[in-house]
Write a protein that binds this ligand. Structure first.
Ligand SMILES: [Zn+2]
Length: 65
């Protein structure tokens, strides 16, 4: 299983690290994945998706008040 978000399917991106002499070395920029429990099973969800779902919950609570 690739390390990606189970919600938006975002995975790592490749970027370049530069030394002082400007030599390029390829490196990975990983997604900020967090383990969350959804319906009793563990899933990897990215921080952006967690934030988005929290926002939705907050607005839903405000609407009911
Ligand atoms: Zn996501």
């Amino acid at each position: 299983m690739a390390r990606q978000c189970s919600n938006c399917k975002r995975g790592f991106m490749t970027s370049v690290s530069r030394s002082h002499s400007h030599i390029a070395t390829k490196r990975r920029q990983n997604v900020n994945l967090q383990m969350r429990r959804v319906d009793g099973e563990k899933v990897l969800v990215c921080a952006a998706c967690i934030k988005a779902t929290k926002k939705v919950k907050k607005t839903a609570v405000k609407a009911t008040k």
